[in-house]
Design a protein around this ligand. Structure first.
Ligand code: GTP
Ligand code: MG
Ligand code: ZN
Length: 301
């Protein structure tokens, strides 16, 4: 695979290729550079057309965003590294909101210790949808929720303030407006954006590779290709509970410290769901993810 990696060296973009040795790294995660990586390059211009250097080492990552892919989610993929935040972008319509996917994304960020923000774009298409009770739930849990419309020029100030430092990854389904939002923040980025299929309401996977875009100040934005779906990387089923802010809090009162909040007696989490203190849709997603992790554990052996 002859992929190129554009690396910033002394404020200048340098086109590089990975050197063979990194493919033999003992940790499979470190065999391919991902966006956001800090790398060691060997400058060697003129070796091959357009190539100015080689990536010889990937420095240890402060964090990395991962997801599982494949029908049985057997493969794990590192999406980006050294992120200061992930902006999970959804559209109010075309395509519409998918709360379970958003939830799986948020849980992943919690488990991997990456701060997550929720961006609801295209509010011009149906402002009334902003009253959805799920959005209030997320706000109450402490997640920043930004409402934007590129078309009506709404919400740019808050978005700008949020991304002015550090690395911000824009992620989400195809067609939600990730590239449009980045163009709005950095007009000279001139990213290609694509229309959404009128009939199916789904995007067309316009962005095909992740790109890093410097933003005024000292921040970087990462545009990424639209995801068809999103599943967390594999964790022990009994770790999923740590991905839920409100479950972490409520489980202190469970009878057993090992409680997974499924059928155990004296479960404070299920009690909180009954009382309406924990949103039923969040708990339902929790059960789904735990079930999925159990299933994956079984299919490994
Ligand atoms: N009505 C409306 N349309 C928008 C808004 N933001 C983006 N769009 C349109 O939505 C379509 C998809 O936008 P993109 O920016 O290409 O979406 P994307 O998330 O980058 O899609 P992929 O690259 O395929 O993942 C384009 O036709 C945009 O013009 C908005 O706030 N309101
Ligand atoms: Mg795009
Ligand atoms: Zn419990």
């Amino acid at each position: 695979m002859n992929r190129f990696y554009d690396v910033i060296v002394d404020k200048r973009w340098v086109r590089c290729q990975p050197k063979g040795q990194i493919r033999r790294h003992e940790d499979a995660e470190y065999r391919l550079p991902v966006i956001g990586d800090h790398v060691v390059v060997e400058l060697e211009p003129g070796q091959e057309r357009g190539v100015e250097g080689y990536v010889i080492e990937i420095l240890p990552r402060q964090n990395r965003l991962m997801r599982s892919i494949g029908d049985t989610r057997e493969t794990e993929k590192v999406m980006a590294a050294n992120l200061d935040r992930t902006l999970i972008v959804s559209a109010i319509e075309r395509p519409g909101l998918d709360w379970s996917m958003l939830d799986r994304f948020l849980v992943t960020c919690e488990l991997l210790d990456i701060s997550a923000c929720i961006v609801i774009n295209k509010v011009d298409l149906n402002p009334a949808r902003l009253n959805a009770k799920e959005l209030t739930t997320y706000q109450d849990l402490g997640y920043p929720v930004l409402e934007t419309s590129v078309k009506d020029n709404l919400g740019i100030g808050r978005l700008q303030a949020l991304v002015e430092s550090g690395i911000s990854l824009f992620a989400g389904t195809s067609g939600v407006g990730k590239s449009s939002l980045i163009n709005w923040l950095v007009p000279k980025a001139k990213l290609v954006t694509g229309a959404v299929n009128e009939r199916s309401g789904s995007g067309r996977h316009t962005t095909t590779t992740s790109v890093l875009i410097p933003v005024k100040g000292e921040g970087y934005l990462v545009d990424s290709p639209g995801l068809r779906d999103f599943f967390p990387p594999r964790v022990e089923p009994d770790q999923v509970r740590f991905g839920y802010v409100e479950i972490r809090e409520a489980q202190r009162d469970c009878k057993f410290t090992t409680c997974q909040h499924l059928e155990e007696p004296g479960c404070a989490v299920r009690e909180a769901v009954r009382a309406g203190d924990i949103a039923a849709f969040r708990y339902a997603n929790y059960r789904f993810i735990v079930g999925d992790m159990m299933q994956r554990e079984r299919s490994r052996y």
